[in-house]
Design a protein. Structure first.
Length: 396
């Protein structure tokens, strides 16, 4: 009579208790993925089975619940994929996005693993590197173009240019005016005023003034069709040149009046946009659902500073747990597939959110009771076999 069957059952039940206990202990660990124990019977050519063994401990990579934290550096993945991180000169993968910004601008978790991705201007592709958020001020960008869309009242009186030359100081010499702020190469702001004058049927001229100074060369025309729409081919509003002075480069402003109309309504400015801005210091960062790290500056401009690299695997269950909420790539998992959040096999990134453990605590407690009963039953088998063996010995 052998005890191997019962002993194998006790060993397997003990391993199962270890797995269940580990799941329960990590029920509050952010990004943790639970495991379950698989068993296999043992025969080895024997007519009667020799017991059981643990054949595998499989990880469950189903999603945990997403919980809002309101902290913009807490990240969660909604869907498939992992954060790719660098820890102790080793590439690891994690679902825990609780990050902090170090003094030198790296995004890392409490264990010192740093988030990797693609710096601004590089684009998604190639080998990711540790992401560093630059603290440099945003350089000024001069205005190169102005887009304006407005309605010019077709019912206003025409101005005879032969008898009434344009004079920016005399409102009787033009029909309407409108101002915009533009920036030179040093980030200084300047007032640009546009004067619109009806000089004939469906025909208007446009004068430009910089800081109140009119340059006669900066004049264009707007021609309209009989239905009030802009005849762009016949219009000559092109590019205007100004010298702001103060050591700044000359400004070449490309004017675009697409969408401008001439209807029998009051003058109305629908939109006015220019592409320049002054310099600004970094005041904060946000992360969008595509993993772009966006810097927000004091001049109300924003700029992408980098993009988080996402990873996925053909067989995530083959990843090797390393502790500290990270996994390492193995031959069973296959090589990491890299890309950007929200594209292909990669889930989107939720900022201000964490992914809780996917441990079902109620289910684990039920499994715990079953494992306990299994252990006790195998122990009872050993006890009964021992009593039978003692009875056999006593027959002597």
């Amino acid at each position: 009579m052998g005890f191997s069957q019962a002993l194998s059952g006790i060993n397997a039940a003990a391993d199962n208790l270890d797995v269940i206990g580990n799941n329960i202990s990590n029920s509050q660990t952010v990004g943790f993925k639970s495991s379950n124990t698989q068993f296999a019977d043992v025969y080895a050519g024997a007519e009667v089975g020799l017991g059981t063994r643990v054949s595998a401990v499989l990880q469950d990579f189903s999603d945990g619940t997403l919980e809002s934290t309101g902290r913009n550096l807490d990240l969660a993945i909604s869907g498939d994929g992992f954060f790719r991180m660098s820890q102790n000169e080793q590439v690891v993968y994690s679902r825990n996005g609780q990050l902090s910004l170090t003094a030198d601008g790296y995004l890392e978790n409490a264990q010192g693993a740093r988030l990797t991705g693609y710096p601004a201007g590089v684009g998604v592709g190639g080998q990711p590197q540790e992401l560093q958020v630059p603290s440099d001020a945003l350089e000024a960008s001069p205005t190169t173009g102005i887009d304006a869309s407005l309605n010019l009242d077709s019912g206003v009186d025409e101005v005879d240019r032969g008898a009434t030359p344009f004079d920016a100081t005399d409102s009787d010499t033009y029909s309407y005016s409108n101002s915009a702020t533009v920036y030179d190469s040093l980030g200084n702001s300047h007032d640009l005023t546009m004067y619109f004058t009806k000089i004939g049927e469906n025909q208007w001229d446009v004068h430009q003034a910089m800081n109140g100074t009119v340059d006669g060369a900066n004049t264009g025309t707007l021609e309209f069709n009989n239905d009030g729409t802009l005849n762009e081919a016949a219009s000559t509003f092109g590019t205007f040149e100004f010298s702001p002075g103060g050591g700044a480069n000359d400004l070449d402003l490309a004017m675009d009046f697409t969408g401008t109309t001439q209807f029998g309504n009051d003058f109305e400015l629908s939109s006015l946009n220019q592409d320049g801005y002054s310099s600004g210091s970094l005041v904060g960062t946000t992360i969008d659902d595509a993993g772009n790290i966006i810097g927000n500056y004091s001049n109300e401009e924003s700029q992408v500073l980098g993009t988080i690299a996402m990873a996925n695997f053909r067989n995530p269950a083959g990843l090797d747990p390393q502790g500290d909420n990270v996994w390492a790539e193995t031959s069973e998992s296959g090589q990491a597939l890299l890309g950007q959040a929200g594209q292909g096999v990669f889930g989107s990134i939720e900022s201000g959110t964490i992914e809780t453990s996917n441990v079902d605590l109620n289910g684990e407690l039920v499994d715990l009771i079953i494992a306990q009963r299994t252990y006790q039953a195998n122990s009872q088998t050993v006890k009964v076999q021992d009593e039978v063996l003692q009875g056999t010995v006593n027959l002597r």
